[in-house]
Design a binder for this molecule. Structure first.
Ligand code: ACO
Length: 337
């Protein structure tokens, strides 16, 4: 095993880590049986092809920033901070309140985080790993002491409920984390990547400058998420496998050093294929895709929250996070808890 001193990379003597976690899942549960009443599908097809049994759907009065605020409040309580202590809010989402202003600004106002700078990022399902890596730079450079990162999706409003190839896959939810200097453990290493040549495989075509909202975009359902599932599947397996290898190499660690893997929760078959290739036993892998489906930017952070709460991640454990999504973008990160 590599000595610890090699694995913790410090800048200006500061190491960033997670000091608070929160999550919010809307109350309404939509089961596979509920979906079978909407489209030509079955519980058996959805479970065997994806591992999903149910997902959460936001109340019609809830908007993305509401979900985010609920998760953020819990994370701040967990970190024993008040909203005014937050210096920066980074919010990752592909289903924001609106194209602009940034949803993080709306969250700032709702939280009363008056001292926080804000920006949003669009890194789809890798949103949490991307914002964790960005927050790490602000903390370890000494610029900020408390950064709030949020991964939130309200994808049920971006989904074509008549398209069985996508509507069975996604769910709504939010996770939040406080990133701050830590005395022990923290973020060991992270790796980010992208391949924009494959952006057409998973997208929301309308609502931007290419296809501004028009009668045509609405009638043709171009404001809905479109995905070529099979191609996305193959790329997800290949890229997430590579991202695990790269971050392990960067950290000077081996698979044997990893105590818990938190993969993006899109499909149990993708998770199984990745960990088989990386050679990590499924017992070390945290899975909740069965209960929530794919919550994109919220998936990894909610999974980490639940893994910690359930005692699957304990003090001193090394946690490997890995994710992949629309862009394509991907990321991996190793944290000592
Ligand atoms: N119920 C029943 N049948 C269905 C359904 C459904 N809900 N959806 C598709 N089918 C049918 C298809 O029509 C097809 O029928 P055919 O053979 O008669 O043409 C058949 O099932 C097989 O379809 P495939 O698309 O080949 O099924 P596959 O095994 O690839 O599973 C799935 C599809 C679940 C979408 C898979 O490809 C997948 O998980 N892809 C990756 C998704 C992902 O990881 N996204 C991550 C990023 S998400 C983000 O960034 C927002």
């Amino acid at each position: 095993m590599t000595p610890k001193s090699k694995t913790i990379k410090k800048h200006a003597g500061i190491t960033a880590g997670i000091t608070g976690l929160g999550c919010y899942l809307p109350k309404k549960v939509m089961t596979n049986a509920d979906l079978a009443k909407l489209v030509d599908t079955s519980d058996e097809w959805i479970r065997t092809r994806t591992g999903i049994s149910e997902r959460r759907i936001a109340d019609e009065k809830e908007v993305t920033s509401d979900l985010a605020v609920n998760a953020a409040r819990m994370a701040l309580r967990d970190a024993k901070l008040e909203a005014k202590d937050v210096e920066l809010i980074i919010l990752a989402s592909i289903s924001p309140d609106m194209p602009f202003p940034a949803t993080s600004c709306i969250v700032q106002a709702k939280l009363g985080a008056v001292n926080a700078a804000c920006f949003d990022i669009n890194a789809a399902c890798s949103g949490f790993i991307h914002e964790l890596t960005i927050a790490q730079q602000f903390i370890e450079s000494g610029m900020y002491k408390n950064v709030l990162v949020i991964g939130v999706e309200l994808l049920s409003r971006f989904i074509d409920w008549k398209d069985r190839s996508t509507c069975v896959l996604f769910g709504d939810g939010a996770g939040a984390a406080v990133i701050a200097p830590v005395k022990r453990g923290g973020i060991i290493s992270s790796y980010l990547g992208a391949d924009g040549t494959k952006s057409n495989l998973l997208m929301c075509p309308a609502g931007g400058s290419v296809h501004p909202a028009s009668h045509k975009t609405v009638t043709e359902g171009m404001h809905f998420l479109k995905m070529q599932g099979n191609d996305v599947f193959k790329n997800a397996v290949r890229v997430m496998t590579d991202a695990c290898a790269k971050v392990l190499h960067k950290s000077g660690l081996t698979t044997g050093d990893i105590d818990c893997v938190i993969p993006h929760q899109a499909n149990i078959r993708i998770i199984e294929a990745v960990v088989e290739r990386v050679k990590i036993p499924m017992e070390k892998v945290f899975v909740n895709v069965d209960r929530y489906g794919n919550m994109s930017a919220a998936s990894a952070i909610v999974a980490l929250f639940e893994a910690v709460k359930e005692g699957r991640v304990k003090k001193g454990d090394k946690v490997l996070l890995v994710a992949f999504g629309s862009g394509f973008v991907w990321g991996s990160c190793i944290i000592e808890w």
